[in-house]
Every structure is written in C-alpha cells, then in structure tokens.
Design a protein around this ligand. Structure first.
Ligand code: GCU
Length: 682
C-alpha cells in the first residue's frame, strides 16, 4: 500500500523465519536505556517501533537489568566500570560517531549492549542492530564495532523557497516554509529517522542557486525550527549563502570580499544564525558559476570569497563548502578542463575550515564520467565529493537506475596521485593527504511524493548514498542486498533476481543513453530523453554536438594529448592510460578519443556496429528487468508491484526511443547499415 511506500527501508515487517524469530525473542527480553537524553529517547522509540514490528510483540521498557537478556543501550559515560573495562579495545577502534554492539555478561547473565562515545553513536548502533534483524542476521554472540570514515555526510537539497525543487522529480520540497516554524510536519521527523538510520549527519536545506531571503530573520526562525527537529537525530543544518546577500538583504552597495563592511556583514549574520542554531553546520556556496554572483564580480578569486565566509563561521566551529562546479562561456575549448584550471592553482591557500566540493566527474552528473581530475590534485586542500542522487541525466524518477554502482565506480577509481592505489575514496576520506575535515554530499532525490523519491527503487539511491558516505569501501552489491531485504522481502527467490536487476540497471542506462564514453547528448534544458542533434544554443558548450563531435570521419571528443589535452590534468600514470586508445577503458573511449566509424573495438566489431549493439543491449537489459519484475508479484504488495511494473514499461519504451533517436541521428554520419541484431526503429 501507499503506507509501505512511505516507510522506506524502515518497514520493520515481521520476521518470517521462525528459527530466527525465536532466537531474537530469546535474546531480547526487554530494552533498558541507561540515559534519558533526547537522542537516547528517540533511539528508544525507534527500538520499540522496530522490535514490535519485527518480533510482532510489544517490547517492555525496563528500568534496570535484573533479568537476563536485556538490550541495554547508552553512551560510554553511562556505563558501569565493570562493563567499561572489557570494552577498551572496542572503544579504541571507534571515533565519536561510532558504536559497539556486543554480547556482554553482567553478574554472569547475558545481555546485548549498544554503546558509543556519544549518544548519536549509540543511535547509529541501534539502527545497525535493527538492520541485523531486518536482514536475517543472527545476533548470537554479536560483536560489532563500526564508525564512519567520513565526517560530513550530507544531503544537498536544491529546494527553492517557493517549494519547487531544481532537478527534483519527486514532488515539491519537504520544507513547508509557510507553516513553519510552528507546524512541525511528521515528515520532518521521518526524514530525520531515515537519514539517521544510514548515518547522514547534515542537510543543506536550500538550492545552490541561492535566494538570499533564507538568511533573513523571517526565514532563519523557520530554519531554527527544522534544526531543533533534526538535532536529536544527529543531523546538522547548513544553508547556501548567496554571495550577493550583503547587497540584496543587507543594503550594502557591494559584496566585495575585501570590503570591511561586507566582511562585517557576514560576521554579524553568522553570529545571528549561531545565536539561534548553536550547532549550525556552515555554508555551501556556488559562486561565479552559471550566472551566480561571486568574488570574481569584484576582481577577487575563489580563495578570497571562501576565506571571508570561513572567517565568519570559524569562531563557531562552522565550515564552508565551496563548490568547484565552474565553467565559463569564454574559455570553451574543453569545458571538462575548467574547474581544474581554475582551482588547482589555489591549493594550500584556503582556510582550514574550507572544503572544496567537487562533482564526481568534470562535466555534469552523466550516466558515466571518468573521475574528476581534481581528486588527488590538491593535496593541501580537503576536497569533498558531490554525487547527484536525483537523476537529472538518468531518466528522472521514471527510470530504474541503481546509483551505488556508479558511486562505487568513482570511489574505487585510481588517481595514482601517490602511486597505485590512490583511490578517490582515499582522497575524500582524508587518508591519502591526511585531512581532518572530510565530506561527501549527495544532491537529494527527495520530495513530498508519498514514496519520497518518485520511483520506489530510487529510495535505494538515497539509502546507498548514505551507506557509502558512512563507508566508501562498502560494496554496492551488499548494499543492494540489505536494502531489498529491509524494503521488500527476505525471501531469496525475491532478493537474488531483483538484486541482479538492480546491479545491471546502471549499465543498462549507460548503454541505451550514452555507451562507450558518449555524454551530454540529452535534450537541452530538462535533460530528459535524447537530443544529440541540438546545436543552436548560444553557448557552444551547452550543445550536445559539442560533446559527441560526430561527423563523416567519426565520433568522440579528443581529450588526449592530440586534442584538448584534458588528460594532462590527471597524474601521469592515469593520463597515460587514458591517452592511448589501446589502454583507455572502452567504457570511456569516446570521452577521450575521436575515432573513425571503422575503428576496431576489442570484441572485433567496428565502432559503428559496436555502438549500435550497445544501444540494443541497453534495450534488452530493460526488457530483462521487466521480465524479472513481472515474476515478483507474490513477494511485494500490489501497490508497489504495479508502480514498478508501469515504470519499467515506460523505461523500456524510452530505452527504444533513445536507441532509435541516437542511431538514426548518428547514421547520417556513419553512412552505414545497422547490424542485424539491432531492431529497426518502429
Ligand atoms: C547542473 C544542473 C543545474 C544546477 C547545476 C549545479 O548544471 O542542470 O540545475 O544548478 O548543475 O550543480 O550548480
């Protein structure tokens, strides 16, 4: 039903396996909270809700641990000396947000303890414990110590104050500004629960294309109400700062970061915010990009702008996330090179509470992009990852695409900056260059649709983002497994085939939209559906033809040393791989090379035939997804079953649309027949 849609992965459905249900019940006689903080109270509520659903019985809240088999939870400071002394090793393994889940003995009676250095750590442990039960895992002699590898695990909402969401495909913004601050929608609380369950600890409430009004007292009062709501769940609130705010709402004549009045305005504004929200996280800034104001308007640079804001938030422990998504209309030989060119020279000049936020690839959230060359290239500056969870270029919330596959591919990519194994994950978790501030952002796919994300399976992308933010080394397959079990069913006949469907879905979309390294050939503006022919837009780098460069001689963007030389922005080892068409991975071929239609692919096909077959493969993969899903009716409630079925039907139709449109368009250049296996356009 729609209710199941709403509950996300926190369904807490009754455990079907009777052996396990018996085990769980025998180990959980009652729950004992050792503290009474707001966070421990919401943890207790979550445990009661979760356990009563999973075990189908009311769970007693006990005041003490006189009986056996209690589930005890509380932070380190609430533990007795005799419990504490046996946990030294575990406490050494975790940081402030980590947790320990362990079977312990108290007065020779067994109990399960969930603890951590902070209450939020305990809360995360509670969710992990519930996940064990949700995913059919034994809790016999449980012994887990885990902690997040990245500090700032944050959602970026591109939400406007009028509740439209830029690139949002799941309804309107969750934030009901008109009813705030006095009306606290239950949605805010369920949003916070869902985020806490996967370890997300920050949220930027408003669009990077910012409206300065968010910084006025009228709005800050509402922001404060949201911050108060999220606080027990370990979630800090952040805002985007419009660089020209001192002019727009401050009445100043300039927003020049060198101007004393401007600096002072930001200092006072920041003070005002922290007075309301003592744990305010800081600012996210999009400056001098796509028409947004910034320091360059005054002849200053990114460092000047970022450091001014950093100085304002520093006394309160805040941070500035300064975005590197910049590309100008003036220097267009290769848009992919611009962020690196503009930022790398500033390495080492940012304040230590600035973190530069870099998209996963150098263009813009394509179905596939090689990793952004900035990762690893600014060792003296912390860089954070920006992934897009909302599917701007991947079929909105209509197409089923499991994004953790994409995220993982990027995180595992080797920058070679400090030799082999210098992965992007190591750059952003701070281990490669020894950074203290680390972060990962996901542009949210959440709106006020009943199911939050538009497509029921897009919930997996929110979930998977959070899990990888916690630990970028997790495997996307394991994440798919747990998400499916928590969200739908533990039945292996469901989990195995549907997991396979999820894991293949990302490559399917690459194949039917942009195989072999093609990119940015979506129709203009909305980015939905094919538009490789578009060539009439005022800025060259907005036109799809700029990216594929198809002509009679071939197709692809030569970014190698014979072309735009974008490859030189990578470490020499990586550049060498990309530069040589023989070693360049075929999945990135046309990203880095312009090749003739007769170029021979590794499988012996010509480029034209191979490309056409990839488009067909994409269509076939969606057909396989449909036939998998059509068999799942017995394992899923009718509502979600039908929703997904209809969406997959659309996806199949549109995969064919992509194939036909792109092949017919490119065929005028290749002048060649389609291989037999490719279905003719209908
Ligand atoms: C993309 C997107 C814009 C967004 C921009 C950004 O270009 O289409 O809507 O504002 O990214 O990340 O700033």
């Amino acid at each position: 039903s729609a209710q199941e849609d709403y509950k996300l992965w926190l369904q807490y459905a009754k455990v079907q396996d009777s052996k396990l249900a018996t085990e769980y019940k025998s180990k959980i006689n009652g729950i004992v909270a050792l503290e009474n903080s707001e966070t421990i109270q919401v943890a207790s509520k979550e445990l009661q809700l979760g356990l009563s659903g999973l075990l189908d019985t009311k769970i007693e809240v006990q005041q003490n641990i006189d009986s056996e088999n209690a589930l005890i939870f509380g932070s380190k400071s609430s533990l007795d000396e005799d419990i504490l002394k046996n946990l030294k090793k575990e406490f050494d393994q975790i940081n402030d947000e980590g947790y320990i889940i362990k079977t312990i003995q108290v007065k020779s009676k067994n109990h399960i303890l969930i603890t951590g250095k902070t209450d939020v750590g305990v809360f995360y442990g509670v969710f992990h414990f519930l996940r064990l039960l949700q995913t059919k895992t034994s809790i016999e002699n449980v012994n887990i110590a885990d902690a997040p590898k990245i500090n700032v695990r944050i959602l970026n909402h591109w939400d406007n104050l009028n509740r439209t969401v830029e690139r949002g495909y799941a309804g309107f913004s969750l934030w009901n500004w008109q009813k705030l601050p006095d009306f606290i929608d239950q949605r805010y609380i369920d949003y916070a629960r869902a985020n806490a369950s996967i370890g997300i600890n920050g949220t930027v409430l408003n669009n990077v294309n910012a409206n300065a009004l968010i910084l006025t007292p009228q709005y800050l009062e509402k922001v404060e109400a949201l911050a108060n709501t999220f606080r027990p769940y370990g979630i800090k609130v952040y805002l985007t700062a419009r660089f020209s705010a001192p002019i727009e709402i401050g009445g100043l004549k300039t927003a020049d970061p060198y101007d004393a009045e401007v600096k002072n305005w930001w200092k006072e504004k920041t003070k005002e915010i922290y007075k309301r929200i003592p744990d305010f996280g800081g600012f996210l800034v999009k400056a001098n990009s796509e028409g947004q104001p910034g320091p360059q308007n005054y002849g200053r640079n990114h460092v000047d702008g970022a450091n001014m804001l950093a100085d304002a938030v520093a006394p309160f422990g805040g941070i500035v996330m300064w975005r590197a998504f910049v590309y100008s209309e003036h220097d267009v030989d290769d848009r992919a090179k611009q962020a690196y060119s503009e930022f790398v020279p500033y390495d080492g000049q940012f304040r230590n509470n600035v973190i530069v936020q870099v998209k996963n690839g150098a263009i813009d959230f394509q179905p596939r992009e090689p990793f952004h060359p900035m990762f690893g290239a600014m060792p003296k500056t912390p860089l954070m990852m920006e992934f897009q969870i909302t599917q701007e270029y991947l079929g909105f919330s209509t197409h089923l695409v499991y994004l953790p596959k994409l995220f993982q591919e990027v995180l595992k990519s080797d920058t070679y900056r400090k030799g082999k194994g210098s992965t992007v994950a190591k750059v952003i978790d701070g281990s490669l260059d020894n950074h203290k501030i680390t972060g990962i952002a996901g542009v949210a796919n959440i709106g006020n649709d009943i199911n939050w994300t538009g497509h029921p399976f897009a919930q997996a992308n929110w979930y998977g983002f959070g899990r990888l933010a916690w630990n970028p080394n997790l495997d996307s397959e394991a994440i798919a497994d747990e998400w499916l079990r928590m969200t739908f069913s533990n039945d292996e006949n469901f989990v195995n085939p549907v997991k396979e469907m999820l894991l293949k879905s990302r490559e399917a979309v690459v194949n039917y939209m942009t195989p072999l390294g093609l990119h940015h050939i979506m129709d203009t503006g909305h980015h939905y559906g094919p538009g490789p022919w578009v060539s009439n837009l005022s800025r060259p780098e907005w036109n799809p033809v700029y990216y594929h460069k198809a002509d009679k001689n071939g197709i692809g963007f030569d970014r190698s040393k014979t072309g735009s030389k974008a490859t030189t922005q990578y470490a020499p080892e990586a550049a060498k791989i990309f530069d040589d068409v023989k070693t360049c991975p075929e999945k990135d071929l046309l990203w880095f090379h312009h090749l003739s239609w007769d170029y021979k692919l590794k499988n012996g096909q010509t480029l034209w035939n191979g490309m056409a077959l990839k488009y067909q493969e994409g269509v076939d993969e969606v057909a396989a997804m449909q036939s998998t899903w059509n068999k799942m009716g017995n394992y899923v409630d009718e509502h979600r079953f039908k929703e997904v079925q209809m969406l997959l039907n659309i996806q199949h139709k549109e995969a064919k649309w992509w194939r036909d449109a792109c092949l017919l368009y490119f065929q005028q250049f290749s002048g060649k027949e389609l291989p037999k296996r490719v279905e003719k356009p209908t």
